[in-house]
Design a binder for this molecule. Structure first.
Ligand SMILES: NC(=O)c1ccc[n+]([C@@H]2O[C@H](COP(=O)([O-])OP(=O)(O)OC[C@H]3O[C@@H](n4cnc5c(N)ncnc54)[C@H](OP(=O)(O)O)[C@@H]3O)[C@@H](O)[C@H]2O)c1
Length: 414
């Protein structure tokens, strides 16, 4: 798999970029919108000149503000003094340019009269308002608007080797970058669920005492915070809040102003009476804290007080007391406008997501330390399969080394 090449830093003005490098750069910068663009996708755009030399780049920075193509176009205007400088250039964008007017004007209609030579994107936007229509607007204006899924040739440089595997890797990576958006555009019932665990080499996430901080190093934890940013809410089980008293916020250099939501599974409302004193309630408005309880299993006065304190408590059914219907919980979470859910444990919470096949992506951050023993908790202790043939296997996986920790991620479902 193509790794997210951090070494592909901002290209210098005039630097020759192959089409592959231009698309890779667009994919790298797309992620800069994390935390600010939901429910829109993270999108990046790179513009190169007729000879494929780098001119400008842009990304979708905030919901309601410029799309990536327009952001790049404005930078081109600032550089060259006019939008007309786009004529004959090549545009690389990580999603089909939009056809419709929403909070912002149509990107396809803005680009069409400016006559770039080509607009390359990985695949059509599944949104029915756009699907194929953005490309059609551009083609009608005589522009080569080529999704990588269809293209048999790269639109420009003859010396670029045409390797279908490279194209497929770019398509896969673009799907990963936009996965929460794509999932929600294709089905409207359940949010996209990512499960993340930080474990030792032998798969342990906590000692018997509950001690678990910290298993991995700074770089792995920083990556974990970046992933928090890409999701609308973090979900944890009651015991993680009781044991760790976490803030569950985004703590990254140069990123401020993100107030992510938290969902806690607390079937019998045991945590609820003290929730306002926990760190996670102190670092965000209580209206951003959602608590899932089980119908018939909680004290109504406790829930009513929590509502008064601003917490958003919702109840779901379950097969027996203490076993909630997780699918029903996810349906409610989706209706609350939370489209991407980042499940951070512990094992009692992760297990039902895996057993219920309700998670789409898994991230494991694994240190090279070993805790051993039967009593330390393993992240998959409370879930599992019956036969080897049923083994859960990651698809489209990436493996990275982060300062001595190993980061493995992939899709549980594609
Ligand atoms: N290394 C890591 O990545 C990591 C991450 C998070 C936590 N941890 C550690 O893990 C430990 C806590 O994990 P844990 O497994 O004991 O607890 P947990 O998963 O945090 O919480 C489990 C509790 O949450 C409720 N719950 C969660 N999912 C449920 C479901 N589908 N149906 C019904 N109830 C559900 C239940 O509450 P009731 O008991 O009220 O029924 C359950 O007992 C701590 O030591 C923490 O430090 C490690």
């Amino acid at each position: 798999m193509i790794e997210p090449r951090p070494q592909l830093g901002s290209p210098k003005m005039g630097q020759l970029l192959s089409p592959r490098e231009a698309m890779l750069r667009a994919l790298v910068i797309a992620r800069k919108g994390a935390g600010f663009v939901s429910p829109n996708p993270m999108v990046g755009c790179v513009i190169v000149d007729r000879e494929h030399r780098f001119l400008v780049e842009g990304w979708h920075t905030k919901v309601g503000s410029n799309h990536a193509e327009i952001e790049a176009l404005e930078r081109l205007m600032a550089l060259k003094g006019s939008r007309e400088a786009l004529e004959g250039c090549h545009v690389y964008v990580t999603l089909e340019p939009c056809a419709h007017e929403g909070r912002t004007p149509s990107c396809a209609k803005t680009l069409a009269p400016l006559q770039p030579a080509s607009v390359t994107f990985p695949f059509h936007d599944p949104n029915p308002l756009v699907a194929g229509k953005g490309a059609e607007i551009l083609r009608t204006a005589g522009i080569r608007a080529v999704p990588l899924t269809d293209a048999h040739v790269w639109p420009a440089l003859p010396h670029e080797s045409i390797d279908p595997l490279v194209k497929q890797e770019l398509i896969d990576w673009a799907e990963d970058v936009a996965e929460i958006f794509l999932w929600n555009a294709r089905q409207r019932e359940l949010p996209f669920v990512t499960v993340k665990v930080a474990s030792t080499l032998d798969g342990k996430v906590a000692l018997r005492s509950g001690e678990s901080q910290w298993i991995t190093g700074d770089l792995a934890r920083e990556k974990g915070h970046r992933l928090r940013l890409e999701h609308d809410a973090i979900l944890v089980g009651r015991r993680t809040v009781e044991t760790d008293n976490p803030s569950l916020n985004v703590r990254l250099k140069n990123i401020t102003g993100v107030e992510n939501s938290v969902v806690i599974i607390d079937p019998r409302a045991k945590l609820l009476p003290t929730l306002k004193d926990r760190r996670l309630s102190q670092v965000r408005p209580t209206t951003k804290v959602f608590v899932c309880v089980q119908s018939g299993c909680f004290d109504v006065d406790v829930v009513s007080r929590a509502h008064d304190e601003g917490f958003q408590v919702f109840d779901v059914g379950g097969s027996e007391p203490g076993i909630i219907d997780l699918r029903e919980a996810l349906i409610k979470i989706r209706t609350l406008g939370l489209m991407g859910l980042y499940v951070e444990g512990g094992a009692g919470t992760v297990g039902p997501f895996l057993d219920g096949e309700l998670a789409q992506r898994l991230h494991v951050f694994m240190s090279t330390g070993v805790l051993g023993g039967r009593e330390a908790t393993g992240w998959s202790d409370l879930c599992g399969v019956g036969t080897l043939a049923q083994m859960w296997k990651l698809k489209r996986q990436h493996v990275n080394v982060l300062d001595g920790d190993i980061h493995i991620t992939g899709r549980l479902q594609v």
